[in-house]
Design a protein. Structure first.
Length: 236
């Protein structure tokens, strides 16, 4: 019986180790994708994000003005789908404009849901004013020039390298899967990196390297598309 118990404990321990390694590999895989292909992935996923954000703002804003009756809810769903589809199309066709508008919509969503969380949803007009304020703030931030391709590359590079380090630290035993799950990956890793100048340097250096890699890829694609060779038409 003691040997069986020991065998079960050993099997459970090995299962946890295998699970930890798989989680670490997944973190490093996501980190590599984000740090090296973050800009491309962002452009692909931006229409989907625009659809969701536009639908959320359209639904919340319409209900905030006209209430939550059966008819207004039905119309709110229609408005949400319309705004969401418009944002998705805008995100697909005009990238820079889409980033600005999407940032404004995210600001509107944050403040409107903050109002709901604080119990201000009884007065729909207050929620609408909060959403409008968030939209204006987001629009000001995005229009200031902080947003754009370079900003997206920088953020995805920083997050990607952080995910790679999370996988390395998980295998090394510096962090646990429970920590990453409970406190969040970015928060946990920032608290660990904050204790060591070496890992801070590694993070920043990795971010610069992957940022330059993304920038080179984007420039190469742009140059290839802009100055692609097109055979001249010969007149017969």
């Amino acid at each position: 019986c003691a040997q069986v118990k020991k065998g079960v404990l050993l099997l459970v321990g090995k299962t946890k180790e295998v699970r930890m390694v798989l989680v670490a590999l997944a973190l490093m895989g996501v980190g590599l994708l984000s740090s090296l292909l973050g800009y491309k992935l962002f452009k692909i996923l931006l229409p989907m994000v625009g659809l969701v954000a536009g639908a959320m703002v359209g639904f919340t804003g319409f209900q905030g003005i006209f209430g939550k009756g059966a008819v207004s809810t039905t119309v709110a769903i229609f408005v949400a789908l319309t705004v969401g589809l418009l944002m998705a199309i805008l995100s697909f066709v005009y990238f820079e404009i889409a980033v600005i508008v999407l940032t404004a919509l995210i600001g509107a969503s944050i403040l409107s849901y903050l109002g709901v969380a604080l119990g201000l949803d009884k007065d729909g007009f207050v929620v609408f004013l909060l959403a409008l304020s968030g939209f204006i703030i987001g629009l000001m931030v995005a229009s200031s020039g902080a947003m754009g391709a370079g900003f997206v590359m920088a953020i995805t590079s920083m997050a990607g390298v952080l995910f790679i380090l999370a996988g390395v630290f998980l295998i090394a035993g510096s962090v646990t899967a429970e920590q990453l799950n409970n406190d969040g990956i970015i928060r946990t890793m920032l608290s660990v990196i904050d204790q060591s100048f070496l890992w801070l340097f590694v993070w920043l250096a990795g971010t610069m390297i992957t940022y330059n890699a993304q920038l080179r890829t984007a420039v190469a694609e742009y140059m290839g598309d802009t100055y692609a060779y097109v055979p001249a038409k010969t007149s017969k």
